[in-house]
Design a protein. Sequence first.
Lengths: 270, 247
Amino acid sequence: MEMLQYDFMQRAFVAGILISIICPVIGTFVVLRRLSMIGDTLSHASLAGIAAGMLGNFYPIWGAILFSVAAAVGIEKLRKSFPQYAELSISIVLSASIGLAVLMISLADSFNADLMSFLFGSIIAVTSRDIVIMAGISIFIIISVILLYKELLYIAFDEEGAALAGMPTEGLNIFFTVLTALTIVAAMRVVGILMISSMLVIPVATSMQISKSFKSTMLNSVAFGMLAVVAGLIASYYLNLAPGGAIVVFSVIILLVVIASKKYTLKRAA
Amino acid sequence: MQSPIIKAKNIRFGYEGRNILDGAALEIYQGDFMAIIGPNGSGKSTLMKICTGLLKPMQGSIELFGKDINKFKEWGRIGYIPQKATSFNQGFPATVEEVVKANLYSRVGLMGRINKQHVEKVHEVLDLVGMLDYKDRLVGRLSGGQQQRVFIAKALVSSPEILFMDEPTTGIDANSEKDFYALMDDLNKEKNITVVMVTHDVGAVSKNVTRVICLSRGKAHEHGCGVGEPNLNELYGHEVAPLIHNH
C-alpha cells in the first residue's frame, strides 16, 4: 500500500491499532458499569492538561496524563459525597475540567493548529515520542486488564457482591478510573479529544448486539474498533479528512450495519 | 455447649436520627435453618447486611466464626444473595459460567489465576443447583427462578459455611419456590450449610425452617420457644397467619 511508505502513516497505523485495542477493552467495563459519560469528562480534563503544557512550555502529553489521572481520582473521591447520584461526580468534574481548559487556553493564548490537532485528531501530528508513550501506556493497560479481568468483571456485574467477597473495590475503582484516563491520553492524538468517548462506547455497543458472553463482547468490540480505525485512517489519508471524525463515522456505520443485519436475521428466523 | 458461628450484640443502626435497630442481638449456630421475619422497615435486611459486613453498625459488636468482624478475612466462608440479586442489569452480556466464576475471588485472591480445578468446582455447583446445562447461556436471558439458582451457585462456589439470603423467593413462581426450599433443605441437611434468610413468607417459613427470628421495634426476638414470645399480629400491625412448627 502506497500510503504505508510514509513514516507518518506507519506511525498513525501503529497508534490506531493500539487505540483500537485499548479503547474497546476499557470501554467494555465503562459501558457495562453505565459510566459512558466518564470518557467525555476525562478527555476534557486532558484538554486542560494539554493547555497547561502549552502554558508551562512542557510536553503537553505529560500535562494530559497528570490532569486526567487527577480528574479520575477526583471522580472516585466525589462519588462518596453523592452515593445516590454517582453520575453527579462525573458532571462536576466535567464542568470543572471545561472551565479550567478554557481558562488555560486563553491564558496561554494557544488556540492554534497544535491545539486543534488535539481536539480533532491528526495523523500527521503523531510523533515517534508519542508512539513510545502510547505503546507504554497500552502495554500497561492490557497487562492490568489481563491480571484484573475477573475482579473488574465482578465489580461491573455486582459491586456489592465483590465487596462481600473481600475484594478491595474502592482501590480497584480508583485504579480502573486511572486506566480509563490513561486510555484517553493514549487515544487523543489520533482520535481527538472531542471524539475519544465514542471510541470507548460505539465498538462495545456494536459488539453487545451479537456477543454471547462477556469475553466475546470484549474481543468482538476490539475487532469492530480495529475495523473502524483502519477504515477511518485510510479514508482520512485519501480524502484528507480529520481521522477522528472518519473513525467515528465508520464506527457508527458498522453499528448500524450490525443492527440492521441482526434485525434481518431475526425476521427471517421468525 | 456449641458456640455460635455468628454473634451480633447490642446492634444499633439508623438513618437520619431514627433508629431501625436499637440493641438488637442475634446468635446463629452451625446447622441452623433460620428465617428472619418482621414488618417492612423493621431492619431485617439491615441486620443481615451488618452481619455480612456490608454495613457498619453505629454501635455494637459482631463476631464471625469467633473473630471480631473488623479482623475477619475469610469472606469465602460466608455466602450472601442480596434482595435485588435478580434485578441486575438484564442486558449484561455474561454467561452463567462467567457469573459464577467471578465469585472465585475469595478462593484465588487478587490477580489469582483460575485453574482447571476451579472450573470443575464451578461446574460442580452449577450441577448441584441444576443449572449446568445452562452454563453457556447469557444470565439475563434466564427466568427469575433460574437466575436465582445461578446466584445460589455463585454464592456456593466459594464453599461457604453459611448462606445469607435476602427475600430469596420474591418474584419467583410457586414451582420455583418449592424447588428453592427443597434445594435449601438439601444444602442445610446434606451439605451442612447454615442457612439464614430474610422473608415475608410466613407460611413457607413455618414448614421449612428450624428457627424464626422476629424483628420489631429495633430488637430481635426468637420465635417458637413459647417463653416471652412476641405476638405476630402485634409485630406486623395486622393479622398474620400463625406459625405452626413441626420441628
